[in-house]
Design a protein around this ligand. Structure first.
Ligand code: C2E
Ligand code: CA
Ligand code: CA
Length: 331
């Protein structure tokens, strides 16, 4: 069937090429009635589509479980947004040579009814697929604007908080206006809010994204390019977008001392690139003293990672800032 579907058809003098996606269920194991068999074949067909189409997939019990689990998670996530069952945690960014906290990143946590936190790793991609992420991003910005009032008195110099903004949020109509309205209605000064974006935003709608990012920057919000070097990097957009800071991804930091690959070279290259473009650089996922020494020696002074602190709930973060006292590293 797949082969015959890929033959060229002629319709109204136009040549048309199509592919098929097939799902297969078998009687009696996969269902006792036509309804169930067709429903299960349909599930398997979607799996074929996900695998890039032009494929066939047999229905399995695992497939059914995965779809049900996903559906349950989606329903719960939807309710969690309605009920605002989220919390915002903060992770400090520290200048290791000055021994000062220079800002932090806001990271969302989903608090389940049983009191357990669900890690973003387990729900952000679903939230992105379903578009629910837009509501989450909005909630995080709103919370940050409120929490900032309690952070500011702790610091002599401005202490900006960076929020993560998904590609889906940026693509929304009036995104910049809504963002601005939230910040302004909370009377937060723009330099106190940073926006972390990843390279994936450029894959959806390049022109709209670049336009929105530029406007945010014109309003005085600082733009961080997250996970730098892991996506579909193209150096050309570094020109077209007003990036204030590159974030060196944890993956590269993890492997600085690994013999397997050349992460150390990648890290030093990103740092040099940032310096020649005159943008700042932050390393994330830093866990050890040796990593900091390497980074500082190569002129990346701003460090984020478990070495200093895990992301903390607001109260604990305030305590952390009050008591912060760590030795400075030489460069
Ligand atoms: P990210 O933006 O790259 O955030 C950094 C992640 O690395 C965070 O995971 C943080 O807890 C973790 N991390 C930081 N330092 C260390 C370290 O030293 N060791 C280890 N093992 N991990 C470290 P988290 O909080 O689980 O967030 C995962 C991802 O979910 C984030 O990656 C971000 O892409 C997304 N995310 C989190 N909150 C939001 C949000 O409010 N909106 C959007 N759109 N995405 C969010
Ligand atoms: Ca981030
Ligand atoms: Ca990152």
């Amino acid at each position: 069937i797949l082969l015959s579907a890929t033959q060229c058809f002629t319709v109204d003098n136009s040549q048309i090429y199509i592919t098929a996606s097939i799902g297969i269920s078998l009687f009696p194991g996969d269902g006792q009635s036509a309804d169930v068999l067709i429903k299960n074949a349909d599930l398997a067909m979607y799996r074929s589509k996900e695998r890039g189409k032009n494929a066939y997939t047999f229905f399995t019990k695992e497939l059914d479980d995965a779809v049900n689990a996903r559906f349950e998670l989606e329903t719960e996530l939807f309710a969690a947004i309605e009920e605002e069952n989220f919390e915002v945690f903060y992770q400090p960014k520290v200048d290791a040579t000055q021994n000062t906290i220079v800002g932090c990143e806001a990271l969302v946590r989903w608090k389940r009814a049983d009191g357990h936190y669900v890690s973003p790793a387990d729900f952000i991609s679903l939230a992105e697929e379903t578009g629910l992420i837009v509501g989450i991003d909005r909630f995080v910005l709103q919370t940050v604007c409120k929490d900032l009032k309690d952070f500011s008195p702790l610091f002599v110099t401005p202490h900006p908080v960076a929020v993560n903004i998904s590609a889906r949020s940026i693509a929304k109509e009036h995104f910049v206006e809504d963002f601005l309205a939230t910040v302004d209605s909370n009377e937060v000064s723009h330099e106190l809010i940073g926006v972390e974006i990843t390279e994936t935003i450029l894959m959806t709608d390049l022109e709209t994204s670049v336009d929105s990012i530029s406007r945010l920057n014109n309003y005085g919000f600082r733009i961080f390019l997250d996970d730098f070097g892991t996506g579909y990097s193209s150096l050309s957009y570094l020109h077209s977008m007003p990036i204030s800071c590159l974030k060196v991804d944890k993956k590269f930091v993890d492997d600085i001392f690994s013999q397997q690959n050349r992460s150390d070279k990648i890290v030093t290259t990103i740092i040099k690139l940032a310096s020649s473009l005159d943008v700042e650089v932050v390393a994330e996922g830093v866990e050890t003293r040796e990593q900091i020494e390497f980074l500082v020696k190569n002129r990346c002074n701003v460090i984020q990672g478990y070495f200093y602190s895990r992301p903390l709930p607001k109260k604990a973060y305030i305590e952390f800032c009050r008591n912060f006292n760590k030795p400075a590293f030489d460069n």
